[in-house]
Design a protein around this ligand. Sequence first.
Ligand SMILES: Cc1cc2nc3c(=O)[nH]c(=O)nc-3n(C[C@H](O)[C@H](O)[C@H](O)COP(=O)(O)OP(=O)(O)OC[C@H]3O[C@@H](n4cnc5c(N)ncnc54)[C@H](O)[C@@H]3O)c2cc1C
Ligand code: SF4
Length: 330
Amino acid sequence: MKSFELYDATSVQEAVALLSKFGPTSKVVAGGSDLVTGIMKDWVRGKGMPYPEKLIDITTIPEMVGIKVANNALTVGAATTLSSIVDSADIKKTWPILSQSAESVASPLIRNFATLGGNINQRPRCWFFRGENFACYKKGGDFCFAVTGDNRYHAIIGGELCYIVHPSDTATALLALNAKATIAGPSGQREVPFDTYFTGPREDVLRENLLKHDELLVNVTVPQPAANTRMAFFKLKDRQVYDFALCSVAAVFTEENGVWKDGRVVLGGVSPVPYRAKVVEEALAGKNIKQAAKDAAGRIRTVARPMSLNGYKVDIAVGLIERVLTSALV
Ligand SMILES: Cc1cc2nc3c(=O)[nH]c(=O)nc-3n(C[C@H](O)[C@H](O)[C@H](O)COP(=O)(O)OP(=O)(O)OC[C@H]3O[C@@H](n4cnc5c(N)ncnc54)[C@H](O)[C@@H]3O)c2cc1C
Ligand code: SF4
């Protein structure tokens, strides 16, 4: 790893100004658990991702750290640690799946310094992307090594050109909770629903979200759940110690007498973006959830396009969706 210069920003405006001034060889750093210890290995380079020579620390910006409940919404600063989210009594009580998803990330040690913004914006874990000697599409090359190589952990839905799975567990829960992102850039701040925050490989294979180089995520806002809202989250992983999701499911829905009124079912670990399973939601509309759960979960097979070694993830997704829907009712 080469050396880099570190700048402690004290305001969002200062961070944006530094990113604009230094250009593409500068990057935001929060906990550094992905950027410094993973991505800054010399070989994870390519078109659109030059070596970051200047890092702008955002954990020194007071307005980006903290958890606030006001005006029927939760706001979490992007530089808030995952441990703070896990420990928040407000989040545990009203938005439990955010708490559970944060708690499912990595280890307690990592959660003590890894942040929400870093978790949402971390780069993919594809072993070819992170490995030496693989100049794949995502690094500006002209091949996806997962197509002919070991693709057991890759996408089963929405993979095209590149078959990464989005690695963030909190993003899965936040999309199900209908969260919004506040983004800051040179022209000020704007709010974007999580529905449009993440971008797939067809839009731009070199990145995973809509942030431009000189923009950053300031905070995430989650609305207060409506009356009669049920929610559940479950993540299946290969190892009992810290590990990324083989598949995770977050469901947030309203019901009346056990009948589905409205809601979201979101899958993690299966697609280049956190995946909203509309086929499942449509199969539940107006139905008794307990009775319809198995059939609705099975609908995920109609959109799944597994690769040579990951067909098993389709079966896992079907089982997890049913489990999450029924456990949310308990
Ligand atoms: C051993 C290990 C196990 C892990 N297991 C899991 C897991 O099970 N589930 C999971 O979801 N993750 C897992 N992770 C990933 C981990 O969650 C992320 O590394 C961590 O959350 C990133 O947070 P950070 O603050 O350290 O980010 P950093 O490393 O500082 O940043 C990560 C990326 O996000 C960008 N970034 C950071 N903050 C912002 C912002 N506010 N606006 C715009 N861009 C920003 C940075 O530029 C960088 O590209 C694991 C990581 C490790 C090392
Ligand atoms: S899945 Fe994406 S990141 Fe992985 S080898 Fe293929 S193009 Fe590269």
